[in-house]
Design a protein around this ligand. Structure first.
Ligand SMILES: [Zn+2]
Length: 246
């Protein structure tokens, strides 16, 4: 068993000769650390350089099997011949990249001028997929900050939001995870996040309601304790809201 071997090199060698699928090797690593690997967790720390390419091939072969089980003639239907490879790349490197890729680099700076006025950033476009049906969730997000000891560039909020949302999610948890990441990056005195999104599992299937959206928010720190600050946050966001249909 790999877990009983003390030396990392031997461990890696042992992994190579087990003929395990790369997904099994990565999963075993995660389990040996007792780490959670739910759909909306990032597992980049457990993927070694070069392994994502191998995983891409494994996922493609599984998707090809899925298409075959759906009785689609992948051998002769020219439209679906490379669909499995395309979908695999899309999952691992685009729509679910927030699971397999590391967080974009965000540099924080000391808040030298002791800025303490709140500001909001938005709307930031967010794209996700529901964990239940793997169909899109598309929407907008607003982030409000009362600065603490550190500040980060405005564009970084959009990058981190994109990274967090690019995983299968339920909206309520996505907002909490984004709040956790922003707190880690800039340790604000107050933080507020609002997400308004449309869920294609309601638009495209199920009840087929085309215009229903879900709005949820999280407020932390001073935004939670100070009612007037919270109101100021919601007021600023109202001014930033666009008039599209999200
Ligand atoms: Zn769904």
């Amino acid at each position: 068993m790999t877990s009983t071997l003390p030396n990392d090199n031997i461990k890696n060698f042992d992994e190579q000769i087990t003929n395990k699928l790369i997904s099994e090797i990565i999963r075993d690593r995660i389990k040996s650390k007792g780490t959670r690997f739910s759909a909306n967790d990032n597992i980049a720390d457990f993927i070694n350089p070069g392994e994502l390419k191998v995983l891409e091939k494994e996922v493609a072969s599984r998707i090809k099997d899925l298409l075959k089980s759906l009785i689609i003639d992948v051998d002769n239907d020219h439209n679906t011949q490379e669909t499995a490879e395309r979908v695999s790349k899309m999952y691992l490197n685009e729509v679910f990249k927030g699971r397999y890729h590391e967080q974009p680099k965000v540099t924080s700076f000391p808040n030298d001028k002791n800025l303490d006025e709140i500001y909001t950033v938005g709307p930031i476009t967010v794209r996700s997929a529901c964990s239940h049906h793997l169909v899109p969730i598309l929407g907008e997000c607003w982030i409000g900050i009362k600065p603490g000891s550190k500040v980060i560039g405005l564009s970084k909020f959009a990058r981190v939001a994109d990274w967090v949302f690019s995983r299968p999610h339920i909206q309520e948890e996505a907002v909490m995870i984004l709040a956790d990441e922003i707190e880690k990056l800039c340790e604000p005195k107050g933080l507020g996040i609002i997400v308004k999104a449309q869920h294609y599992c309601m638009k495209w299937r199920g009840v087929k309601e085309p215009n229903t959206s879900m709005i949820n928010s999280v407020v932390r720190g001073d935004f939670r304790h100070d009612i007037s600050l919270k109101q100021e946050f919601f007021e600023l966001v109202k001014q930033q809201s666009s008039n599209n249909n999200y």
